[in-house]
Design a binder for this molecule. Structure first.
Ligand SMILES: [Zn+2]
Length: 276
């Protein structure tokens, strides 16, 4: 297919890389295309680069990281709220028990008092025992009331903790909604630009012959960029200058030969700026 030129054909695999290139190893592909068609590859490369940039931008949107952080915090808050609510439930039961205990002791004291006041107890020993019982009940009441007070204090702390957690959860909710809206807007804008570039790419690709497009896409899959301009003797793909021998081979090759860079294997597109 490649006519009369020293070449390893495209399908022939890549020659081993060497830091300094020996002259005359420039590979010419078997694909032929008019210079105008080859120029379209540069448009294609620009559009592919644009699509790549948009994809990169989409993935790198700071809103994604921000949302992940907010979601992690929301999950922490949810757990903390469950713990606090469980503690509050336990505390309510404990408080109820303690208050009932206080009430029981109080009732017992009132009963004992009533017996005393009614003069129902006259025997000195019984009287002394009843008075001693009332005293001990008073101490018990004092202890129990202290327990109730402590429980109330703990509840106060837990209540304010619960309020703080709830407030943070609510503000986190609106912050998350705002960031998600920003992300959606940014993604929408990127998607619109990508759809436009993709349409253009489809249009340009439809004007490139199938064999050349297949070669371009095959290189692009491996390299990210399938074709580059030869500008002032330099490959714009790998940014290396071609040696004189390689440039001579390109000069000698017909305009419809599809030339490839010996270094990066990309399709080299010749333009008036190529320095040939
Ligand atoms: Zn190159």
């Amino acid at each position: 297919m490649a006519q009369g030129l020293p070449c390893a054909i495209v399908s022939g695999g890549r020659p081993p890389e060497t830091p300094t290139r020996s002259p005359g190893r420039l590979t010419l592909g078997p694909v032929k295309a008019s210079p105008q068609t080859q120029l379209r590859l540069l448009e294609l490369a620009d559009l592919d680069a644009e699509l790549g940039r948009l994809d990169h931008r989409r993935h790198g949107l700071p809103e994604f990281a921000e949302l992940a952080r907010l979601e992690a915090r929301a999950s922490e808050l949810k757990d903390a709220l469950v713990v606090t609510e469980t503690e509050l439930g336990d505390l309510t039961r404990e408080q109820g028990r303690a208050e009932r205990d206080v009430e029981q002791v109080r009732t017992r004291i009132e009963k004992d008092r009533a017996r005393l006041d009614a003069g129902q107890v006259s025997a000195a020993r019984e009287l002394a025992s009843l008075q001693s019982e009332i005293e001990s009940l008073h101490r018990r009441q004092g202890d129990l009331e202290e327990v109730v007070l402590e429980l109330m204090e703990r509840r106060e702390t837990l209540d304010s903790q619960h309020d703080e957690l709830t407030a943070e959860r609510d503000s986190l909710g609106s912050e998350t909604a705002a960031v998600a809206a920003r992300r959606d807007a940014a993604v929408k804008e990127i998607d619109e630009q990508a759809a436009k570039a993709s349409d253009q790419r489809g249009h340009v690709a439809s004007e490139v012959p199938a064999d050349l497009l297949a070669l371009y896409d095959q290189i692009r899959k491996g390299k990210g960029v399938g074709a580059a301009m030869l500008r002032a003797g330099r490959c714009e793909g790998c940014h290396l200058s071609l040696n004189a021998a390689d440039l001579n081979v390109i000069r000698a090759s017909a305009p419809d030969e599809v030339v490839r860079c010996e270094e990066c294997r990309r399709i080299l597109v010749r333009t008036p700026e190529s320095g040939l």
